[in-house]
Write a protein that binds this ligand. Sequence first.
Ligand code: ME8
Length: 525
Amino acid sequence: EGTDAGGSDSYYITTAIDYPNGAPHIGHALEKVAADVVARYHRLRGHDTFFSMGIDENSLHVLRTANERGVEPHEWINTLDETFRRAWKALDISYDYWIRTTEERHQRASQEMFRRALSKGDIYKDNYSGWYCPNCNTFYATEELIGGRCPNHPSLSPEWLHEDNYFFALSKYGERLLAHIEANPDFIVPASRKAEVVGLLKQGLRDFSVSRLVRPGVEGWGIPVPEDPKHVIYVWFDALTNYLTAVGFPDDEQKFANYWPADAHVIGKDITRFHCLYWPAMLLSADLPLPKQIPVHGFLSVENQKISKTLGNVIDPVKLVEKIGVDAVRYYLARNLFFASDGDFSRAGLARFYNDELGNDLGNLLNRVVSMIKRYRKGEVPAPGPQGTREDELQVMAISTRERAAEAIENWEIGNALSITWNFVRRVNQYIEHSEPWKLAKQPDAEQQLNTVLYTAAEATRILAILLAPYIPTSSNRMYEQLGLPAIQAGAWETQTAWGSIPMTEVSPSALLFPRLDPEVTATL
Ligand code: ME8
């Protein structure tokens, strides 16, 4: 459990900072939802959680797009900054800190990292030449190109560039990195990604260039190299440093001591080289502790096709939220989130999960519970009568569900955590069916038995609201509200998931949680 980093119960989690090249798509949303589920879980555990996200603005690609559009570059990123923040708000992403890499304090943090590496003797000047793809901000060796084109942008021919620039002595750190990965088996998860990184390490590491000459047309973009402003710091060197800036490096020592090292840097599989090799080496060079873990997720496709602007299959998560609701989108992404494999977004899948699981299983459960209490007990949640084996079993399952879901979340098995929890949703529905409260209500001598069934179903539903809060926070609160309880608070996982820990008095039935999707809406997804 990664709770002993920094401050004794602090939990610091980050996502990749996206390139602001347009609105975020559903693949970006997947990563933010994954991190948000885990951040919310830690808040529910009562941990001092700090969740940071932001945008990676110093890339030349951003500048080029602004120029192509004939907009002033800073205006362009300001607009995109709003677009990103609006999107994450729509998805209920509960970040505590938003970083933009054009901010002054981030400039200071990046320059401090550069200076530290310089003073260690880890940065030196040399001649550099290579194929540079401005879209990737990466130099490629000739053998890395595919048919003379960028491996990631097959429509672009990279430029051959020569320059004197600064290099970082990555090769010096190979052995220490390998030793660290071997001594800390959970440093990179899942195991398949760790194996990939170990493979790279065993091939031997090459030093990488950490500056770019300021070329005509790109003046004023990027963070100047300290004492040598003809160069700017390589965008990945600066972008990675965002994880330090967010927790106060280098000025706010107290905040930094509380949250660093990070507990988790959540990233996608295309950027492991930077996070698992470059970043830890930069930290070692700066004499800073390494992050505890780098959980790497797969890629999301749409209807089994790679997400791509040219294919025109980019799904805007904000539009989806407008059509189907934020929790439905969050649920669908989380339910199908397995870090070790790629995922696929399908409209039919979304509609099916919505109707079958959110609507039929969960929405109906809450609705049944509160309306039966309304009908049979005038809305007063009864004290339970004597418990039988059925109730005992349900109570045991509530606890084991909580424990197994927690373990799965902590292992980044988010889809599994949700399906473990869902088994309990189904089980509570079965409990109601087997107990037949509608029959008990007609038997004058079954008063106590009916009280037991109504109470047990309500209590199980209440506990479920907390267990589901990381994924569908709004709906969890609506469940609590209909059960007559105030909003779910930080720490509730610890203090309110024990059976009978919170007294319920009067239910407050209101709208169905997930009313069946209108076929017209389904058709427009
Ligand atoms: O790489 N499915 O930014 P980015 C899942 N600025 N995840 C996806 C995805 C998909 N289809 N497409 C992208 C960058 N991602 C850098 C990061 S961090 C110091 C700098 C993920 O906008 C991708 O794997 O290209 C990455 O984690 C994130 O979105 C941002 O990608």
